[in-house]
Unconditional design. Structure first.
Length: 86
């Protein structure tokens, strides 16, 4: 069963999702939960503050050596922020 987000009117096809993928608004709420993105994440094991180490660039696919830089348009790349517990 699907549901409609009250904030952005996006239709979510699967009823198992509790949060809108488009605007991060919870199901049956009119506005998203505005948490600060600058907050320091905590370790799920010891609850200590995590230290930012850096950003890892993940390259998903083979390298397009023949096409050079043009081939990079067809590759999925993601950035992953790395944090560590002391």
């Amino acid at each position: 069963m699907s549901w409609k987000c009250q904030n952005c009117n996006m239709t979510i096809d699967d009823d198992e999702f509790e949060v809108c993928w488009s605007c991060n608004c919870e199901k049956n709420k009119s506005a998203p939960n505005l948490k600060s993105n600058n907050s320091v994440p905590h370790c799920i094991r010891c609850q200590a503050s995590l230290t930012f180490i850096g950003t890892k660039n993940v390259h998903e696919d083979t390298r397009w050596g023949v096409l050079g830089e043009l081939g990079e348009f067809f590759v999925n790349k993601e950035n992953l922020d790395m944090h560590a517990c002391k």
